[in-house]
Structures are given as C-alpha cells and as structure tokens.
Design a protein around this ligand. Structure first.
Ligand code: PGA
Length: 243
C-alpha cells in the first residue's frame, strides 16, 4: 500500500484531486468510482475548481457510486443522488447519463443489486475508485462481518454508522436502516483504489487497516489483497494511530 501523509484535510484533498485529475487527463474516458459522506467533500471542491479553472474535461468520463440509502427518493436532499449532484456533478461538465448510483427506491431491490453489479462489469470496473472509511472500518456500506466475496447487496446499517451519519439528517430516526452497496468483491475489481481518511476519529480504523491481519470484521482490511491502493491520510488520523 502506498501511503501519503498530509498535514491536514486541505492538503489531503489536493493530493486526492491530483490523482483523480491525472487519471482523467491520461484517459479522458475513464470510469471513476465515487464515494459520499464527509471525507470526499474537500476533494470534490478541488475537482470542481480543476474543471472550471484548469479545464479538466469530464465530457467522456463515467462514474459509478458505491452506495445509496434504501427508501430515499433521488430528489430527497439526504439521498446520495442528491449529494453527488450538489457537491460535484452539477458543477463539472460530466453528462448526467454517464453517472450511475444504485436506486434505493427500486421496486425489486434484489433485481436492482443484480443490475448494478452487471453495470459495474459492463461500464467498469472503475479505473480509479475513491473510498472513505467508516470509524468501524466499513468501505462503501460494507459493515463489519460482510464477506470479502460479496457483490452488490442490501445491508442493514450498524447503529454506529447511523449515529455517525445522523449529522446529515434532522434526527437519528430519519437515518435509513438499510442501504444498497457495492460489495467488497465489487470494490476490489477496480484497477486502482484511493482511500482517504481525515481526523482523529478515523485513527483506530487506520491503525487496524495498517497493522492487523485481514479480517472480515474489518472490511477495509480486504484492500490489503489489492495490488494498487493509495492511502491518503492526514496527521490527525495517522499520528493518533501510533505511528
Ligand atoms: P465520512 O464517512 O466520510 O462521512 O466520515 C466515511 C464512511 O462512512 O465511509
């Protein structure tokens, strides 16, 4: 694993942006795997600047997002569809029809999981997948205990995940209890993976990722079997990990 340590979240976001922009500049029809949550927000701001001020071109780029809450409509401000439009897609020259996110309102959710996994194979797999990491070590919404062989599936969110994400909702009981997520096997199909972690509250997960044996109770540890992973971590998330 290639490790980049940055002084803060700003520098972390610039590094992640630099890697993504290089990917897009080198291969204009790249497929990018994208994440939601607090972690990628700074990176997305940098990407928007890059498109608007440095003419980075997304016209032929496609994107596959990791996950979506079950039960939220695409237009719900808490949905990941809405998040991606608000924080990235509406501000860069990507074609909306080239952006893919699981449908959390599908009538048949089992079929939706199969459709999405097929999409990953047909459109992707991503040339570059951007990941955050949960405090419990989840990647996408693959909670501890998820099989390393898993493909796109429905997951029951852990209480700790719902609490961590409650900051984006009016109250904890508004946070959905289930999501559709790419599986760990689906994520590992990507050519390259960039995982970002910022702040003290991620330190235990980062320490475990770097030091413990791969274990399904620590979903991110599956990344240790992948040949091209870059971890970008700020000092707060790294130093407290005891390095
Ligand atoms: P965060 O979540 O980016 O909001 O901290 C990361 C994750 O849960 O994967």
């Amino acid at each position: 694993m290639n490790i980049i340590i940055t002084k803060d979240n700003q520098e972390l976001s610039e590094k992640a942006c630099g890697i993504i922009e290089k990917q897009v500049n080198d291969k204009p029809d790249s497929v990018l795997g994208l994440a939601t949550g607090g972690s990628p927000l700074g990176t997305y701001k940098q990407l928007i600047n890059g498109c608007q001020e440095r003419s980075v071109n997304y016209e032929n780029v496609s994107t596959l997002n990791l996950d979506e809450y079950i039960g939220l409509d695409k237009n719900d401000p808490q949905s990941y569809h809405f998040f991606m439009k608000k924080h990235l897609f509406d501000h860069i020259n990507i074609r909306p029809e080239n952006t893919y996110i699981p449908n959390g309102k599908a009538v048949n959710l089992g079929d939706e999981c199969e459709r999405y996994e097929q999409l990953i194979d047909d459109i992707g797999p991503p040339d570059l997948q951007l990941l955050g990491i949960g405090q419990n070590g989840h990647i996408g919404f693959n909670e501890p205990g998820t099989s390393f062989q898993s493909e796109t599936h429905i997951i029951e969110l852990e209480e700790s995940t719902r609490r961590a994400n409650a900051r984006f909702f009016d109250s904890l009981d508004k946070v959905p209890k289930q999501a559709i997520t790419m599986g760990i096997q689906s994520i590992l199909k990507s050519e390259k993976i960039v995982i970002i972690a910022s702040g003290e509250r991620k330190a235990d997960a980062i320490r475990s990722l770097l030091e413990d044996e791969p274990d399904e109770n620590m979903p991110a540890s599956a990344l240790r079997a992948h040949k091209h992973v870059t971890l970008i971590v700020d000092e707060a998330a790294y130093q407290k990990a005891g390095h």
